[in-house]
Write a protein that binds this ligand. Structure first.
Ligand SMILES: CC(C)(COP(=O)(O)OP(=O)(O)OC[C@H]1O[C@@H](n2cnc3c(N)ncnc32)[C@H](O)[C@@H]1OP(=O)(O)O)[C@@H](O)C(=O)NCCC(=O)NCCS
Length: 188
């Protein structure tokens, strides 16, 4: 399978308990993603991500053009988007729009960023670790030479726990802890 898929193509690649794991988001999943992103009552999402600007007010189609590959955990009974992980090429440590940065910390090639979301009522139920490992393995088969990094607010405790459980380590050189920007990397 060649990644990224054409936009809105979506295929089931696995199962996890009450969920299907899919690569690519169809229009139904994108509509849910846009709705979640606009939900200003989801303080965890709004505090820690730029999704309101990225998907809520911004355009999924524009974002997709940056060679992003999204994977979703979809609840079998309801088709609800329960969780999302996406990947794509991005220089190590480059801040997202949430952190208002544009500065590139390093230009080593082969760095791909990974980003994580789970949505209520599924958030905090322990669904992320298995899903994340599954899609990391899947993506690595397509791009065997990539190195993974992720960045977030250094006070994001559930995220840090998830990242440590996935064997990511803090990368001090790429982080900017004075502005609470924590970068974690996984070399494979
Ligand atoms: C980060 C995120 C994806 C983690 O997913 P999750 O559904 O909370 O994952 P889990 O239920 O597997 O919990 C992960 C760990 O955090 C712990 N945790 C959950 N909520 C917590 C909290 N409020 N404070 C401290 N630890 C918490 C869990 O106990 C678990 O630890 P364990 O494995 O030692 O038991 C999810 O919280 C989220 O989407 N947050 C908003 C968006 C975001 O911050 N994304 C990350 C930026 S890329």
């Amino acid at each position: 399978m060649e990644l990224p898929l054409p936009i809105y193509e979506s295929y089931k690649i696995g199962e996890q308990d009450d969920f299907n794991i899919v690569v690519g988001l169809d229009k139904n999943l994108v509509a849910q993603l846009e709705k979640y992103s606009l939900d200003e009552t989801d303080t965890e999402l709004q505090k820690n991500t730029g999704d309101l600007a990225r998907f809520g007010r911004g355009s999924y189609e524009d974002w997709y053009k940056k060679d992003r590959t999204p994977f979703a955990l979809m609840h079998k009974n309801t088709n609800a988007l329960a969780a999302l992980v996406w990947f794509g090429p991005k220089p190590l440590g480059k801040k997202s729009m949430k952190f208002e940065g544009t500065e590139e910390v390093k230009t080593e090639s082969n760095w791909h960023t990974i980003s994580f979301r789970s949505y209520p009522p599924f958030r905090g139920t322990g669904i992320m670790k298995n899903f994340s490992n599954f899609v990391l393995d899947f993506y690595k088969k397509e791009f065997p030479n990539v190195l993974f990094w992720t960045g977030t607010d250094s006070r994001n405790e559930p995220f840090k726990k998830l990242m440590f459980s996935l064997d990511f380590k803090p990368n001090e050189d790429a982080s900017d802890l004075n502005s609470n920007w924590l970068v974690m990397t996984k070399k494979v």
